[in-house]
Design a protein around this ligand. Structure first.
Ligand SMILES: CSC[C@H]1O[C@@H](n2cnc3c(O)ncnc32)[C@H](O)[C@@H]1O
Ligand SMILES: [Zn+2]
Length: 432
């Protein structure tokens, strides 16, 4: 039996109080086994958390991790033009090897910034699953189906692949990987296909993840064609019958907020992407007040342009206040909960809190820095002042992924070089 002791630090507890404590984790079960007064516990291995704050590993509730290869390739455009003019033509050239290289780069970036779990939408999902397995992280993965612009055979093949990949990979990486059925969005997958395949996903008891209500341009055609708000249309199809969470949820009206709450549908809020693509301001405080579980996601690195969940917490708090026209809205404690236990609830993992019995997924933040001085309120610092680069150690499932800022699960230099080479070759192919 092997146990790891995280010692000498302050610990963020589930009620958002901070106390001096040591945290003991079992590397066999991958769980937290004790949180106790400093100096009272022993482990086989130790992580020094002195001058540090031990927090739950952050949960990135919506991303496209391999899109790191497209970082900085197309900026300053709205969603539709960005996807159609820039992103989709380059993605059409992606190989499985590119996706593996981009995924590894994104996972290294996440580990360095204290993220231990992600919910991903993409293709070549087996490559992403292998990279997640090597990273030692937790993930919810899936193959994203798009039917617009495809003939019937290709459309069905996409949806079937989304079902099949989810069946095949669920439980992979010793249970650290779960899966979702993934129609890309309500406008990029045809109604007849949704009506046929969503019941199959529900028969499998599969969670569902899709983009919804991201831009006004996405809402209008559904209202025009179906005479219904998009989420009422989604509910009519059965998309909200299971364990579903939608990415973005920006343009939701009161009736849709009620529907999300009534059906237990969650939202992965992506503040940076919503600001950069000028998609709009999600009514996050209204969603939370209605009882909707709202997590936080970075979206892909092409619309963000990083995968740092500390940036995302700060953005969520800032834009949440603007959207509510209320400086007390989406406060510091709320965004910390969104990035930890809410995200874990959306993904279906027993993590997101430093508590005995929870998954041993945690990060240690270095507090010994000018921008974190003085330390009146460490929850405030997490929301507004900490950067991903302040993370000293990252642990997932009891295993050390980064120790003293050195990533242990990948050769970081090799990952960066491989990703750069793949990105250059990809752009060259796409330009031909
Ligand atoms: C086939 S995987 C997912 C698909 O989604 C694209 N994508 C990336 N960001 C967004 C976004 O904000 N809204 C909608 N679609 C997005 C990505 O490029 C892939 O093609
Ligand atoms: Zn997305």
């Amino acid at each position: 039996m092997s146990e790891l002791l995280v010692t000498g630090g302050q610990v963020l507890r589930p009620d958002l109080t901070v106390e001096r404590a040591d945290v003991l984790v079992s590397q066999d079960s991958g769980d937290i086994v004790a949180v106790d007064e400093p100096g009272t516990l022993d482990g086989d291995d130790e992580l020094d958390a002195s001058d540090g704050l031990v927090i739950p590993g952050l949960v990135n509730a919506h991303t496209h991790v391999a899109m790191t290869l497209l970082r900085g390739l197309a900026d300053d455009k709205p969603l539709d033009a960005w996807l159609q003019e820039d992103v989709w033509p380059v993605e059409a050239e992606l190989t499985a090897e590119d996706i593996r290289a981009g995924a590894e780069l994104g996972l290294v970036e996440m580990i360095r910034s204290g993220t231990t779990a992600l919910s991903d939408m993409y293709f070549e999902v087996e490559e992403i699953a292998d990279a997640v397995d090597q990273a030692g992280m937790r993930a919810v993965l899936g193959f994203t189906a798009v039917t617009v612009g495809k003939d019937d055979e290709a459309a069905r093949s996409d949806l079937q692949e989304s079902l099949d990949v989810a069946r095949k990979l669920d439980g992979a990486a010793d249970g650290r990987i779960r899966t979702t059925f993934q129609p890309h969005s309500l406008t990029t997958v045809g109604e007849e296909y949704l009506r046929e395949y969503v019941p199959k996903a529900l028969d499998d008891d599969r969670s569902i993840h899709l983009h919804a209500n991201e831009t006004r341009d996405e809402v209008t055609p559904i209202v025009d064609e179906h005479k219904q708000r998009p989420l009422a249309y989604a509910d009519d199809i059965g998309l909200l019958d299971g364990d579903t969470y939608v990415a973005h949820g920006v343009h939701v009206d009161d009736s849709e907020i009620d529907l999300l709450a009534e059906t237990g549908t969650g939202v992965a809020h992506c503040p940076a992407s919503n600001m950069k693509l000028a998609s709009g301001m999600a009514p996050v405080q209204d969603l939370l007040d209605a009882g909707v579980t709202v997590g936080i996601g970075t979206d892909g690195a092409a619309s963000n342009n990083d995968l740092d969940m500390f940036d995302e917490m700060r953005d969520a708090a800032m834009i949440g206040k603007l959207a509510a026209d209320d400086a007390s809205a989406v406060d510091a404690g709320t965004v910390v909960e969104m990035a930890t236990e809410n995200g874990a609830a959306l993904l279906g993992f027993d993590s997101g809190r430093i508590e005995v019995g929870a998954n041993a997924d945690l990060a240690v933040i270095d507090l010994d820095a000018p921008h974190l001085t003085p330390a009146h309120d460490l929850v405030s610092h997490l929301a507004y002042a900490v950067h991903g680069s302040d993370v000293r150690h990252t642990v997932c499932d009891g295993e050390v992924l980064m120790r003293d800022r050195t990533v242990e699960v990948f050769d970081e230099q090799a990952v960066r070089e491989r990703a750069s080479d793949h990105a250059s070759a990809l752009v060259e192919r796409a330009g031909d």
